[in-house]
Design a protein around this ligand. Structure first.
Ligand code: BDP
Length: 584
């Protein structure tokens, strides 16, 4: 899927701004004709992108789960000959159905990923268009992150597990149009997709051209331009700069790739540009290699979460986060626990950060997994890979977070075939990147998914949820885990480890929730991580405090951030900087 672009042959207009919203708890909106437009008297203003929760908390929607209708109007300009107009949604949480001028126009695919809606036949160029989106933040029962409701907790007698709103994960289920919506115009006969194979010496571009079309690819940067041409339904161009400047988090050297498609008579049909770096990331034995050399992954798990915006794209905070990541000396992140905005990946390419790109699949409960779950999980992986396969910063695909969390016996019996199918599917779509998933202790050190993964990620909280405030016992258990998992002969990444700290809470002895204990916890884990030959690094949970659904174990937020939710450093942030930065 090609990003929104503004150039000689394409245009992209951001429809962000103040839209209107009407909530629909009893699903009567369509019967009331809301798909044709909202009555201004009953609709509330809402900023897009942005989650409805904190924006409209005072009118009662902080914990709202269900459907809501959002509406805006925009001007569709006259189109050039041979051009088409589409709407492109970065992500609507979690599902959307779209009407254009009262006509059904399309719906979203996998949650938290982009989708397009063609305007052809629905809107007249040179006219005002009414756009209505029905959004639901209720997950499907058989999705890769399954729905959970209050009544599930009651039927299963899991009263103490209940969150408000009900969720199967430890973050807030924000609803709304959380990423920008673009009005795109582009040539009908232009490129719909292209694939890059990125390596250290060269870049290979593949795309499907129509009869008579010619592709001119060029890579420019660092004082040179390298060109190649191709034709045909499987056109391929190899661009090899000489000398090649490599990309890495330490030196994020990017070239500009330009793909021009010409008609037989020499007119320019389409133009696509992308920033791209040359690099290689590989798993070899029990190591990971970046550009041929062993590499230690240092970084965090994060969330898309900020005050008021919720999960809505927050540009200034995103920039700040990258500066803080660099300030700490981090070189990598996992997009826990869902695909992040493409704007985030742009910055990772540009500022230099390795990204483990995660499918939105959390705590998959194998008592309830069925063929539809697997199909939806494969679809979510396919859509993520299609969106991000051309990214320099993406080094691995994480297909799930903490499946088997309930230690359900079905996990042992049902999951091996499930993982074989899912990992096989992802590997066929992208044979070039390692596959992984984040293991939870309950799923065991012999987690069936380990058989399929190339890189073994583990989330561990010894010293927090168990062995509280006892770091000697905690690190002994951690080392025992390392030894057991090392037997698989693959590299291990500790994808989560961390302790909550309430900023301003202090103690002179090991005490949960203090800034000192969080810092000591991280130091002790880092020592164990760097000492074990099979462990290639660690990602601290979490980068910053984040809002969760309500539960007695959470003080409004999960406080495992080394930064507060408003990005002030806790003691641990300074400790990490000292551990990770050579000049720390
Ligand atoms: C892990 C989850 C993560 C949680 C974390 C925690 O992957 O989403 O926030 O634990 O408990 O199990 O802080």
């Amino acid at each position: 899927m090609i990003r929104p672009l503004d150039n000689a042959r394409r245009s992209a207009r951001d429809l962000s701004g103040v839209w209107h919203i009407a909530f629909d708890p009893d699903e009567s909106g369509e019967a009331q004709g809301w798909h044709r437009g909202l009555a201004r008297e009953s609709a509330l203003p809402i900023a897009v992108p942005g989650s409805w929760n904190e924006q409209l908390a005072e009118v009662g929607y902080m914990n709202y789960v269900g459907s809501a209708w959002l509406e805006t109007r925009f001007w569709l300009p006259p189109l050039g000959p041979g051009d088409e107009a589409v709407l492109r949604f970065g992500s609507v949480d979690y599902h959307a159905e779209v009407w254009v001028n009262g006509q059904p126009a399309g719906r979203s695919g996998a949650a938290m990923l982009p989708f397009e809606v063609p305007l052809d036949g629905l809107a007249k160029p040179g006219s005002e268009v009414t756009l209505v989106v029905r959004v639901s933040n209720l997950l499907p029962v058989d999705g890769p992150t399954q729905r959970v409701t209050q009544s599930d907790y009651i039927t299963e007698g899991r009263y103490r597990d209940e969150y408000l709103p009900a969720v199967r994960f430890d973050f807030f289920p924000y609803g709304g149009i959380n990423r920008p919506v673009y009005l795109i115009t582009r040539p009908k006969a232009g490129l719909r997709d292209y694939r890059l194979a990125i390596d250290m010496a060269a870049l290979e571009v593949r795309c499907a051209l129509r009869d008579g079309q010619r592709l001119v690819g060029s890579l420019s940067g660092f004082g040179g331009t390298w060109r190649g041409e191709a034709e045909g339904p499987d056109a391929a161009v190899r661009l090899a700069p000489d000398p090649a400047r490599l990309w890495s988090p330490e030196e994020p050297n990017l070239y500009t790739l330009q793909l021009d498609v010409y008609a037989a008579d020499g007119t320019l049909i389409d133009r696509v540009t992308q920033r791209v770096g040359l690099r290689n990331f590989a798993v070899e034995g029990r190591q990971v290699l970046l550009n041929g050399a062993p590499y230690t992954l240092k970084g965090f798990g994060k969330h898309e979460d900020s005050p008021i915006h919720g999960r809505g794209l927050n540009g200034p905070q995103m920039i700040k986060d990258f500066r803080l990541l660099k300030w700490c000396g981090a070189n990598s992140v996992r997009t826990s626990h869902y695909p992040y905005a493409e704007e985030f990946l742009d910055l990772a390419d540009e500022i230099g950060l390795l990204v483990i790109d995660e499918v939105f699949s959390i705590n998959l409960d194998f008592r309830k997994v069925n063929a539809a779950t697997l199909a939806a999980h494969k679809q979510a992986a396919a859509e993520l890979i299609a969106r991000d396969i051309n990214r320099t910063c993406v080094i691995a695909w994480s297909l799930a977070n903490e499946p088997g969390y309930l230690a359900e016996p079905d996990y042992r019996t049902e999951s091996p075939a499930y993982w074989r199918d899912l990992f096989g599917h992802a590997r066929a779509l992208d044979p070039s990147r390692p596959l992984t998933h984040a293991n939870v202790g309950y799923a065991g050190n012999d987690d069936p998914a380990f058989a399929e993964a190339d890189l073994l990620m583990i989330n561990r909280y010894h010293g927090w949820y168990s062995e509280p405030a006892q770091l000697d016992r905690a690190t002994a258990r951690l080392n025992a885990d390392f030894d057991a998992i090392a037997a698989h002969g693959k590299p291990i990444l500790v994808a989560e480890f961390g302790a909550d700290a309430l900023a301003g809470q202090h103690a002179s002895y090991d005490q949960l929730f203090t800034e000192e204990y969080q810092a000591s916890f991280i130091r002790a884990y880092w020592q164990a991580i760097t000492a074990h030959p099979a462990v290639v690094g660690g990602h601290i949970w979490a980068f910053a405090d984040f809002r969760t659904a309500q539960h007695g174990r959470r003080v409004v937020q999960n406080l495992k951030g080394v930064f507060t939710r408003t990005r002030e450093p806790k003691l641990a942030a300074w400790a990490v900087r000292e551990l990770w930065r050579d000049d720390g």
